[in-house]
Design a protein around this ligand. Structure first.
Ligand SMILES: *Cc1c(COP(=O)(O)O)cnc(C)c1O
Length: 394
């Protein structure tokens, strides 16, 4: 049955992914099931999306209620779920204003537009520059792609939006060297995800913040993967004692409903995008915002962030044991429930073996095994995952 669907998929879907040979059907807690009923322990959560796990009843009920009430209105009208979701997001982030999008890439697009507009209003010129990081990932639309620091993703699609310079993450001098009068923003992921799970160092982030303050450059932190509790704070930058001028979020924000947001301080909001500058048909519609509302409520009620604080050190300890045990595993990097095992070579065989044994894992780059499980995983789930991965590494 699976083979038939996979063949059909390969004849109708655009081949932009080398997919794992599995057709997933349903989910329950931290487990996924394929269409033949085989169970998998999931340490990917749809790439850092399903923070609350699958089939969360209160979440599902909230969505069903909103479907029966009102799915969509235009942003030309107010709707209560969006007002409430923005209020809650403001509370948990300490940012001042919210714009809802349908995806992470669109949140990045909005952040870049806000930064360019801010600079434009200051000096009336338009050729402003943005500094981004090597190995970064910000999405696949033209603007987000243009600040993505992996040349192979950009090459065939050049020219991008232009005036982008790339510095080295955690090398402050490489950033400072690129700053000019024209620099309007510095964009980075607080913890780089796709590029290999590189957390920003304290020193780097505080120096970049100070540089931005000195030159009135906007600091954009992309929290699409590392945010929403994954690192043990609601947003990873909250570990650092710095605050961005603009931040992006998506992935776990909707826990399965496609939604994102960019948030900014009042200072940026008052001096950037105004009516007519930016918009979206679906972004922040009542359905998507009902999801965000329930997600944020459940984060508080179920003490998700405290739970991450308890289980993440255990995951780190167990992963460190694999580093000591297996020559193929060089080191571990990460924060909270966003971890990477850096291997000596490609990890695709290991991932496929794990899949056969009922464990879902994914890579970040070719040589890194990435762990971005549902935030509700228990120590027993960690033990089970480690047991299977240990066999696959042997
Ligand atoms: C996934 C991701 C994006 C893109 O989000 P989409 O919803 O896929 O457009 C942007 N930035 C980071 C850090 C991401 O992990």
């Amino acid at each position: 049955m699976m083979k038939k669907y996979i063949e059909q998929a390969e004849s109708v879907l655009l081949h932009t992914y080398n997919r794992f040979q599995v057709v997933l059907d349903k989910g329950e807690g931290v487990h996924l099931y394929d269409i033949e009923g085989k169970e998998y322990l999931d340490f990917v959560s749809g790439i850092a999306v399903f923070a609350l796990g699958y089939g969360q009843q209160e979440y599902n009920d909230a969505l069903k209620t909103q479907i029966d009430k009102l799915l969509h209105t235009s942003n030309y009208y107010y709707n209560v779920p969006a007002i409430e979701a923005a209020t809650k997001l403001k509370e948990v982030s300490g940012m001042d204003r919210v714009f809802f999008t349908n995806s992470g890439a669109e949140a990045v697009e909005g952040a870049l537009k806000a930064a360019r507009k801010y600079a434009y209003l200051k000096d009336g010129t338009t050729d402003h520059e943005i500094i981004a990081m090597n190995h970064s990932f910000h999405g696949r639309t033209m603007g987000a792609l243009s600040v993505t620091g992996t040349p192979k993703y950009r090459e065939a699609f050049e020219p991008g939006i232009g005036n982008i310079k790339f510095a080295e993450m955690n090398d402050f001098d490489s950033v400072a060297a690129l700053v000019s009068d024209k620099t309007c923003a510095i964009i980075l992921e607080t913890v780089q995800g796709e590029g290999g799970i590189y957390p920003a160092t304290d020193e780097f982030l505080s120096k970049v913040r100070a540089l931005c303050d000195e030159k009135d450059i906007l600091l954009i932190l992309d929290e699409i993967q590392c945010g929403m509790g994954r690192t043990g704070k609601m947003f990873a930058w909250q570990h650092y004692g710095v605050k961005p001028d603009i931040m992006t979020t998506a992935k776990a924000l909707g826990c399965g409903v496609p939604v994102g947001a960019f948030l900014m301080t009042e200072k940026v909001a008052a001096n950037s995008l105004v009516a007519g500058d930016h918009g979206t048909t679906y972004g922040g519609n009542p359905f998507a915002c009902a999801a965000i509302n329930k997600v944020l409520d459940l984060f508080a009620q179920k003490h998700i962030i405290e739970h991450v604080g308890e289980v993440a050190p255990y995951l780190e300890q167990k992963l460190d044991e694999l580093v000591s045990k297996h020559d193929y595993v060089l080191t571990r990097r990460g924060m909270g429930l966003m971890q990477g095992l850096v291997c000596k070579g490609p990890v695709s065989d290991i991932l496929n073996k794990a899949l056969n044994k009922g464990l879902i894992l994914i890579n970040a780059g070719t040589d890194i095994i990435r762990f971005v499980p549902p935030l509700i995983i228990t120590k027993e789930d960690v033990d089970q995952m480690i047991e299977i991965l240990d066999q696959c590494l042997a």
